[in-house]
Design a protein around this ligand. Structure first.
Ligand SMILES: [Zn+2]
Length: 197
């Protein structure tokens, strides 16, 4: 028998959810929430300095949070964005977050998606992406590599017929997002790129 594939979320994450239908009306409030997840993930020692969450685009209702749990999960796929997407899909009961019975959903992430998360977002059904720190910020401040994300990644997401566009908004609370990355690196946080540990 092969083992089932189970990704266990950090226990503290449940404490960040004050109610099932918590609302964050502005993009800055949504970004502040995911930056706090990234910060808490460091403090609790549960993973890397990245947080993300799926929200309803119009009303800012929190659907699913995510944090980086790569090391603890023995899983290089378990980036914050991927965890939030997987959890949202389980909660919504569909692989397609653009399903007819769902409102438009967005992903808010403390840092620009890496090559893997870029692909995950592409296939997720999410309709908007909100980004804090940039790829250059992540790589310069921490040493984490983001992989060969296309130079024109924004326009590629925003124009991809026959699939619907994924709108991108960048630099939301970028300084605050960078501060978490900087603090992680300054405190000797593990940078777990393969082969360069
Ligand atoms: Zn990623």
């Amino acid at each position: 028998m092969y083992p089932d594939i189970i990704l266990r979320l950090p226990e503290w994450l449940a404490g960040e959810l004050q109610s099932p239908a918590q609302r964050f009306s502005t993009l800055e409030e949504r970004m502040a929430f995911v930056i706090r997840l990234a910060e808490r993930n460091i403090q609790e020692g549960t993973g890397g300095p990245f947080g993300a969450a799926v929200f309803t685009q119009e009303t800012g209702e929190l659907i699913a949070p995510g944090v980086n749990i790569v090391v603890a999960s023995h899983c290089s796929l378990a980036h914050a964005e991927a965890v939030a997407i997987m959890l949202a899909q389980q909660i919504c009961g569909t692989f397609d977050l653009s399903a007819d019975f769902l409102p438009p959903l967005e992903l808010v992430t403390s840092a620009q998606p890496c090559i893997q998360c870029y692909g995950n977002i592409w296939w997720s059904g999410l309709q908007r992406l909100i980004v804090g720190a940039s790829k250059a910020d992540v790589e310069a401040l921490t040493g984490f590599q983001e992989g060969p994300v296309p130079e024109n990644w924004v326009e590629t997401l925003e124009h991809r017929p026959p699939l619907p566009p994924i709108r991108v908004i960048q630099n939301v609370l970028r300084e605050e997002a960078c501060a978490v990355l900087r603090a992680y690196a300054e405190n000797g946080g593990l940078v777990y790129n393969p082969d360069v540990m």
